[in-house]
Design a protein around this ligand. Structure first.
Ligand SMILES: NC(=O)c1ccc[n+]([C@@H]2O[C@H](COP(=O)([O-])OP(=O)(O)OC[C@H]3O[C@@H](n4cnc5c(N)ncnc54)[C@H](OP(=O)(O)O)[C@@H]3O)[C@@H](O)[C@H]2O)c1
Length: 295
């Protein structure tokens, strides 16, 4: 499995396993969580994506039940903060909102460390752009959690270029990634500038919901799936692997964050890395996704 360098001393596996849906699994036992993590590690997938809010603020704790010092040493752990929704420890919130204050970031980091039973986070992301962000306060708080050793690197998620430059302008620490939605069904980032500015900055991009959160498997997308399956047959892999390989083929160093809870599917996430797509095949898939040829 290829790796992508984020800094001189931190790299992610080219494919990442996301834990948004961890609490949706019928089996959330430590043994089953461990089996999923092992299925990733067996393929060289060592980077795991979390957020404080996942599973109603419970997914980090579910991971924590399976955590051991030995396991921690084999993983890079990404988590996020700033979304406050009326659930779990924020059940008294009157409204869903974003909080990028110093106090919230520091408290959230401490919760994440305690719940996941770890002593540092590899990458902390600001989950959503906050229209109330005081970039000086947020930037200083992110520098502070890095200086404290509780967080190795920081990044963002769902940020536009202007959100990125605003926050980065008030920080000493470089932002190392932006996690945004990209898939064959959500390809607009390739043309609206979201990918271009990160590519220009040489910043690796994490792609969430690379299978469109399961929408790829809806009947309305049968034609696109037939094409992906046909291409996959030539490489000995399934349609899913080709949809992810389509992201890997892009020169911007996209890191897909996969979300399946199914142990068999987890065991095949790495298939995507075995598929090389040439330019014409990439455009064949893009054309099918657009529903018409490019202009
Ligand atoms: N930063 C953000 O704002 C943000 C937002 C959303 C997600 N994320 C991150 O991205 C990760 C991935 O998101 P995601 O879970 O939406 O990713 P995804 O991989 O696009 O979608 C996963 C969904 O697709 C289904 N699926 C996968 N393969 C299938 C198949 N062959 N047939 C039928 N269904 C299939 C899965 O069901 P099964 O479980 O049954 O396989 C699951 O429900 C999350 O875990 C999280 O870490 C981040």
């Amino acid at each position: 499995m290829d790796r992508v360098s984020l800094t001189d001393d931190l790299s992610f596996s080219r494919l990442v396993y996301g834990m948004w849906r961890l609490g949706d699994d019928a089996d959330t036992s430590p043994a089953h969580v461990r089996a999923k993590i092992d299925a990733c590690l067996d393929q060289g997938i060592t980077t795991f994506d979390q957020a404080d809010i996942y599973g109603g603020y419970e997914a980090e704790e579910i991971l924590g039940t399976a955590m051991t010092p030995d396991l921690r040493g084999k993983m890079e752990i990404v988590t996020k903060c700033d979304i406050v929704a009326p659930a779990g420890r924020y059940s008294d919130a009157r409204v869903k909102y974003y909080d990028t204050s110093r106090a919230h970031i520091l408290a959230s980091v401490d919760h994440s460390l305690r719940l996941m039973k770890i002593d540092h986070i590899d990458t902390l992301l600001i989950h959503r752009p906050d229209p109330m962000m005081d970039h000086f306060e947020t930037g200083a708080a992110l520098d502070e959690v890095v200086a404290s050793g509780k967080v190795r690197t920081v990044g963002v998620s769902n940020f536009k270029r202007h959100d990125w430059t605003l926050l980065q302008s008030a920080m000493k620490t470089p932002l190392v990634t932006n996690q945004i939605e990209i898939s064959v069904l959500h390809h607009v980032p390739f043309t609206n500038g979201d990918v271009a500015y990160l590519q220009e900055a040489g910043v690796p991009i994490m792609a969430w919901s690379p299978l469109a959160g399961g929408a790829l498997f809806e009947a309305s997308n049968a034609g696109l799936r037939d094409l992906l399956s046909k291409i996959g047959a030539d490489h000995g892999v399934d349609d899913t692997a080709v949809a992810v390989a389509w992201l890997l083929a892009h020169p911007a160093r996209i890191i897909p964050v996969m979300g399946t809870n199914n142990l068999d599917r987890i065991g095949r996430i790495g298939d995507a890395a075995k598929v090389g797509l040439d330019r014409q095949t990439w455009f064949e898939i893009y054309t099918a996704a657009l529903g018409h040829e490019v202009p």
